[in-house]
Design a protein around this ligand. Structure first.
Ligand code: SF4
Ligand code: SF4
Length: 370
């Protein structure tokens, strides 16, 4: 009898590919946050926070990773159900608005903001004390780490997030009614083991975070790097590694424009100061596109291009490419390059190339598009 060979498992699945493509298309199109998030204010590198606040980089993730992120969100309603089943009162939305708990910090012009997972009352460990709730899912390695070291040492970002949210509940409901405790719940994605830890409010720490946010929001230039070594462990995993350590140019939007400023009055207000006499408030949807008058904040390019001259009246900045020693202008074409061209140029030498320049003039009106 001839035994037919066992069918080989397929190496490629069009179904799986279509699912991941769907996630990549749907979630990579999500827009950058307009505010500095309470969920990341514990980040060690203030420069990374500044880049994020200025939309310097839009990270693109694989469909598989984006689906994994969604798994974390799906865990929350399940745990809410579990907690209610054991008698805990869970306010996973704000009863006044029917929406997610949203907070922002007046001392930062409301630029520092965030959304909490919920507020709990009646947890078995302390039934009378209201607790801020934060829910996170973890890989086994990460779960074991938090279980052995505790939240403060293992997940300093989550610890900071809860401190700032507890501060905001006290600012909103008053010291007596706000949360002085938080309950951190960690769920292991592989085993479904749950770890929880009560976190005590540390007012001084929360106020330090607000000061940190103020520094980031009001800084006109990128704060110092946490390390000048591009292989430093925090840099290796940083979304802004390319903009921070290489010739990669940040994205074009009002947030990277030298004429924009984050204002401390109003509600997370940004202003365009192109017309110095009458600065104007820029709506978030306008900030995302910028305009043809966009000129890069020179400090965003200064590790490869040195600003050597500028005209306020004619809105241009002249740079010397530090590698080639040649000049280029961020200004009006054809003499200058728009910010979009500087962003698009795959090799920044093209910005000073006489042959490229020749095609920018006369009938060709060529522009760098990639
Ligand atoms: S690459 Fe490093 S220094 Fe630069 S922003 Fe990121 S963490 Fe900070
Ligand atoms: S000049 Fe244009 S890109 Fe720059 S801040 Fe004003 S509106 Fe935004």
């Amino acid at each position: 009898m001839i035994i037919p060979p066992a069918p080989q498992p397929p190496e490629f699945s069009p179904t799986v590919k279509a699912i991941f493509d769907y996630y990549a298309e749907k979630y990579n199109a999500e827009l950058s946050r307009p505010y500095l998030g309470g969920s990341i204010i514990g980040t060690a590198c203030e420069r990374a926070l500044w880049y994020g606040f200025h939309w310097a980089t839009k990270k693109q993730f694989s469909g598989q990773l984006l689906r994994l992120f969604q798994r974390g969100h799906k865990e929350e309603p399940w745990l809410v159900e579990d907690m209610r089943a054991i008698g805990i009162t869970v306010w996973d939305t704000n009863p006044d608005t029917g929406k997610q708990w949203s907070f922002s910090e007046p001392a930062t012009g409301h630029h520092l903001a965030g959304n909490a997972d919920g507020i709990l009352q009646g947890i078995p460990e302390a039934p009378k004390t209201p607790h801020l709730w934060e829910c996170k899912t973890h890989s086994t390695k990460s779960f074991n780490d938090v279980k052995s070291k505790g939240v403060l040492l293992s997940k300093p970002l989550h610890y900071a997030q809860m401190q700032i949210y507890m501060h905001w509940t006290q600012a909103t409901f008053g010291k007596a009614n706000g949360c002085k405790r938080a309950l951190y719940t960690a769920v292991c994605k592989e085993t479904d083991e749950i770890y929880s830890e009560r976190i005590y409010f540390d007012k001084a720490f929360a106020l330090e975070l607000i000061d940190k946010a103020k520094r980031v929001i009001t800084a006109k230039t990128p704060p110092p790097r946490i390390s000048d070594d591009a292989t430093w462990f925090e840099c290796k995993f940083c979304d802004h590694h390319a903009v921070c350590h290489t010739e990669t140019v940040p994205l074009v939007s009002c947030r990277t424009c030298t004429h924009a400023s984050a204002e401390m009055d109003g509600n997370a207000r940004w202003a365009c100061n192109l017309d110095k006499e009458t600065p104007s408030t820029i709506p978030v949807e306008v900030q995302r596109k910028g305009c043809d008058c966009h000129r890069f904040n020179p400090f965003l390019l200064n590790h490869w291009a040195l600003p050597v001259d500028a005209s306020v009246n004619h809105n241009w900045v002249k740079y010397t490419n530090k590698t080639t020693g040649q000049s280029f202008i961020n200004g009006i074409p054809p003499e200058g390059h728009t910010s979009a061209e500087i962003f698009a140029a795959p090799d920044k030498k093209a910005l000073s190339d006489p042959d490229v320049q020749a095609y920018r003039h006369g009938e060709f009106k060529a522009r760098i598009v990639g």
